[in-house]
Design a protein around this ligand. Sequence first.
Ligand SMILES: Cc1cc2nc3c(=O)[nH]c(=O)nc-3n(C[C@H](O)[C@H](O)[C@H](O)COP(=O)(O)OP(=O)(O)OC[C@H]3O[C@@H](n4cnc5c(N)ncnc54)[C@H](O)[C@@H]3O)c2cc1C
Length: 500
Amino acid sequence: MMYDAIIIGAGIGGLTVAALLARDGYRVAVLEGHIEPGGCASSYRRKRPDGTSYVFDVGATLFGGFQPGGAHDWVARRLSLRFPVVPLEPAMQVWLPDRVVTRYGDPEAWRAERMRAFPAQSAAAERFWQNQEQIADSVWRFAARHPPMPPETMGDFLNVVPTIRPEMIGLLAHLERTVGHELRRYRISDPALHAFINAQLLISAQVPADECAWLFGSVALDLARQGVFYAEGGAWSIARTLADAFIRDGGDLRYRTWVEQILVEGGRAVGVRLANGEELRSHLIISGQTVPDVARLLGASAPRHLLRVVRTLPEAWGAFTLYVGVADTGIPTGLPAHHQILLDYDLPMGEGNTAFISLHPAHDTSRAPAGQCAITISTHTRVVPWWAARAAGRAAYQERKARWAEVLLDAAERVLPGLRSHIRYQQEGTPVSFARYTRRAEGMVGGLGQRPAQSGFRSLGARAAGVPGLWLVGDSTFPGQSSAAVTQSAIRLYTILRRG
Ligand SMILES: Cc1cc2nc3c(=O)[nH]c(=O)nc-3n(C[C@H](O)[C@H](O)[C@H](O)COP(=O)(O)OP(=O)(O)OC[C@H]3O[C@@H](n4cnc5c(N)ncnc54)[C@H](O)[C@@H]3O)c2cc1C
C-alpha cells in the first residue's frame, strides 16, 4: 500500500504530526516498535498477583503546554479533542540542602516565595527575574506564531520574517548569551540561588546556567508561570488521546512494528523496511527518532554531513529511574505532586546529587492499589558507565542498579522520611532499559543540551537528515525536549508540509 506519509515512532512528536496530517485527509501510517504510544512520555502497568495494578510513568511526569495558546492546546483545538489533564498548583517544590522553595504558577505567590527563599540579594535577583519573565513573554509570543525554526531554506527564511515583531529585534543581541551571563550582569553571586537555577535548568534545558542559552533558559525558567498539568490515568493518556484521534481520522497505527531501514532511491527517501522484511512506500517519511538513530536507519545512505553532525553532537544525558509503589501512610498529607532534590551544593548536578520525584495526585485512583501511591524517581546519569557495567556481566550490572537505587532512595527520604519502610513494589530503569524500550541511541534521553551552539536558530531542524523526502520531528530537533517542545516541533513540521 502507498501512504501519503509514513511516521517512524509513536512518541508525542511523531504521533502529533501524524494526527494533524490524518485530520487533513492524508493517508498516514505510524509504525511503533513498542506495545503502547508515548515513548519517553508513556507509562507501564504492573499487575500484582491479587489482580490490582500500578501504572508508573516511565519518564515524563509533569506537563506544560496545555494552557490556552500552549502547543498541546493548539493541537487539541485543531483535532477537536480534549486531553485528560488537570492543572497543578504549585508546580513543584525544590529541596535545596538548607531550604525548600515552592514553585508557584501564580506570579504574585512566586514573587513572594523567591524573595523569602533567597533573601541574600533579593533586589538584584528581582531585577533578574523580572527581565527573565519579560524575555520569556517575547519568546512565547514568537513561538505562538509557529515560525519554521530553524530556517533551513530560503522559503523558511521568508516565512520566518513575518513572524518577527519589533520587540524581537532587541532579542537578537541575546542569541549567544547564556543564563550565566545574565546572572553576572545582575551581579548575582548567592550560591543558593545559583544552585536553584542550575537545578531547574538541568530538568528543562539539560545544562547548567553557564552553558544554557539565555533565550531558551528564560523560557525554561518560566514553566511554572505558564502552568503545569497532571495527565489523568498516567502520562500515556496524552499519547493515547492522540492515537485515538489519529485512528478516528483514518490513520493506520501499527504497534510491535520496528523499522529497520529507511529506503533511499536516487538520493530520496522512498519508504521503510520493517523487521519482518516488509517494505512500505511513501514520498513522505517522517522520523520521530533521535538524529543518531535516523543515521543508523539510513545506513550506507546517510549523507556525510549527517554523519558529521552525529559525530560532533555533545554527549546527552541518560536517566536512572526508580518506580516504587508506596503505602499512603508514608506520604505526608498535603504534599505537592512533584519535587526536585539537590543534596549537596558543592557536587555537580545529576548522578544522584539531584533527583526528581513525582507522586500521582490522590484523586486519581487508577494509578495504584487502594491505599498506595505510584511514584517515579529519576536522576540524570551518564550512559557510558551503564553500558560498561552491562558488558562486565550480569552481576556487575545488577550491583550497579542496586547501588543507584539506594542513592535515589536516600535522596527521596528528604521528601518522604522513612520511605523505605513503606515501599510495597520497586523496579529500576537504566539507560540500557531506555535503549531497549525506545531504541534511543545508548539510552540517551531528553534531547540535546540547550547550549547556544545547539539552540534556537542553531538547533537541528526538520531537514537535518539532509535526505529529500525525509523529515525529522522530536526532541533532538528545535525547540528541544519535553512533551510541549516536541509538540511544537510537530506543529512546525506540519506547517512546513502544509505550505508545500
Ligand atoms: C526520565 C525522564 C523524565 C522526563 N520528564 C519530563 C517531564 O516531566 N515533562 C516533559 O514534558 N518531558 C519530560 N521528559 C522528556 C520527554 O519525555 C521527551 O522529550 C519527549 O517525550 C520525547 O518525545 P519524542 O516524540 O521526541 O521521542 P520518544 O519519546 O523517544 O518517542 C520515539 C518513539 O519512537 C519509537 N521508535 C524508535 N525507533 C523506532 C523504530 N526503529 N521503529 C519503530 N518505532 C521506533 C519508540 O519506541 C518511541 O515510542 C522526560 C524524559 C525522561 C527520559
